[in-house]
Design a protein around this ligand. Structure first.
Ligand SMILES: CC(=O)CC(=O)SCCNC(=O)CCNC(=O)[C@H](O)C(C)(C)COP(=O)(O)OP(=O)(O)OC[C@H]1O[C@@H](n2cnc3c(N)ncnc32)[C@H](O)[C@@H]1OP(=O)(O)O
Length: 443
């Protein structure tokens, strides 16, 4: 029987970061809470010229180059994002155009001309929705290939309780038959409930509240902001509830008992590095008939030797990249996979035929639980990544620069050696092009 899944993968993380201890010091937070309590070390930040479209374009370009893909062979580019730049024109169109123009010498003009391009939005689970959809597509059309991109900038209000869980970047996946990285099984546990744990409504702002309102804006305007309305502890609870329900749904469909025991890695959506291990205690307790009825008992389970051994074996390696990057919203779950596989690769572990369990979550809210099996050729895909080496080649910025970047008060790139895709201009004058975004590539 033909197998379907992820044939290749690439990622992009912006070159700037802020040390979490610098943020902790300025905000009067104990660094140990962030480092040892939540697993945070560095927070990736977009430079002045970067956004979710340039992140996506960088990951797409890398995928095409590293795995010798001809864009004309790609039938779909589906982008999961909750950092869309426009409420009508998909961010994916900007990313595809950037790559098309850069590669026109090699592949001719409009190499994605016959490609179906669209964005999918459901908070952090939108990338998994794009993957699910693209897998259905290749299962129905086994000779065709799709690219899924997950790209986001996780931005929170300055000095809010979300500020230390910021981050950003993108992951791109090639989806096809006979995949070289991981085959994805077609059983999906799903759980949905409409809640307000984290969302980005249209909000009324007065001009003075906005960092970058143009001169001629009316005093009260309605805008999408890139900073969410959220309730942190409630969002943790919604995440825990949805993954429990989706995991249960997965079990009902697959007639499995304690499936997580067969999974080499548990790959979670990670809003911060330690989130997966903090919330999985409930499923672990249910599966092992442990008393989870009050906070004290829950703490005891989290601190038990059995649970700590379980984390060290099945979760810890997936957290490592997150500690260095922070939240990537839609891309976080895929980066957790890259982190685990890169670590196994570096440790010379043979993962062939090993099962990987995925527990995805998007606020608002939905979870999907699904399983993959590592392909025999997985190392030929992973050898292109160098996840941890590439994260070492970034530039630390100071707290003052971070605040200015956040407030959009800077005009030129912070990284003096910046190269790659960048926003060059947003049209302000022409009535028929007002708001149009123009990008270029800097060598
Ligand atoms: C947004 C998405 O991407 C979608 C989702 O996943 S929703 C779920 C996550 N929600 C978010 O990320 C929303 C934005 N972020 C936030 O709201 C908040 O940053 C947060 C909810 C993630 C964390 O909230 P918080 O109140 O700062 O932290 P809190 O939940 O109390 O946890 C602190 C941890 O540090 C530990 N800690 C505190 N001080 C410590 C110290 N000195 N040394 C070691 N550990 C310490 C605490 O014990 C606690 O860990 P345990 O519960 O495991 O013991």
């Amino acid at each position: 029987m033909t197998k379907f899944g992820v044939d290749a993968a690439s990622f992009y993380v912006p070159s700037l970061y802020l040390e979490i201890k610098d943020l902790a010091e300025k905000r009067g937070i104990e660094p140990a809470k962030l480092e040892k309590g939540l697993g945070l070390h560095k927070m990736a930040l977009p430079d002045v010229h970067e956004d979710a479209a340039t992140f996506a374009a960088e990951a797409l370009l890398k995928l095409i180059k590293d795995y010798n893909i001809n864009p004309k062979e790609i039938s779909r580019v589906y982008l999961g994002t909750e950092s869309a730049l426009d409420a009508a024109k998909p961010t994916a169109t900007y990313a595809v155009q950037m790559v098309e123009e850069l590669l026109s010498g090699e592949f001719g003009e409009r190499s994605f001309k016959n490609c179906d391009v669209v964005d999918m939005t459901f908070a952090c689970v939108g990338g998994v929705d794009a993957l699910h959809n693209s897998l259905d597509f290749v299962r129905a059309n086994p000779l065709k290939k799709a690219i899924v991109i997950a790209s986001d900038y996780a931005k929170y209000e300055l000095a809010s309780s979300g500020e230390y869980t910021q981050g950003g970047g993108a992951v791109a996946l090639l989806v096809s038959a006979n995949p070289r990285l991981i085959e994805i099984d077609n059983n999906w546990g799903v759980a949905t409930e409409s809640v307000f744990d984290f969302f980005k409504p249209r909000r009324h702002h007065s001009k003075s509240e906005l960092n970058s309102a143009p001169e001629n804006y009316p005093d009260k305007i309605e805008v999408f902001t890139d900073e969410p309305v959220f309730d942190g502890q409630y969002s943790n609870q919604c995440y825990q509830d949805r993954i429990r329900e989706a995991y249960q749904h997965y079990k009902e469909q697959t007639f499995t008992v304690r499936p997580y025991e067969d999974w080499r890695y548990l790959i979670f959506h990670l809003p911060y590095a330690f989130h997966g291990k903090r919330v999985f205690t409930e499923i672990y307790s249910l599966e092992n008939h442990l008393d989870f009825s009050d906070a004290e008992k829950q703490k005891a389970i989290a601190k038990s030797e059995d649970y700590i051994n379980f984390i060290n074996e099945k979760i810890e390696k997936s957290q490592r990249a997150s500690s260095e990057i922070g939240n990537m919203y839609t891309a976080s779950i895929f980066m957790a996979l890259l982190s685990a596989l890169q670590t196994s690769f570096n440790d010379n572990e043979d993962l062939t035929e090993k099962e990987i369990g995925f527990l995805a979550y998007g606020s608002g809210s939905k979870s999907k639980v699904f399983v993959g099996k590592i392909s025999p050729e997985w190392k030929s895909v992973v050898e292109k990544w160098n996840v941890f080496e590439s994260l070492k080649n970034r530039l630390a910025i100071d707290f003052e620069t971070y605040e200015k970047l956040h407030r959009k008060q800077l005009d030129s790139s912070v990284n003096p050696n910046y190269k790659g895709f960048g926003l060059t201009r947003v049209e302000k004058e022409s009535p028929v092009l007002k708001g149009a975004r123009y990008y270029s590539y800097q060598n």
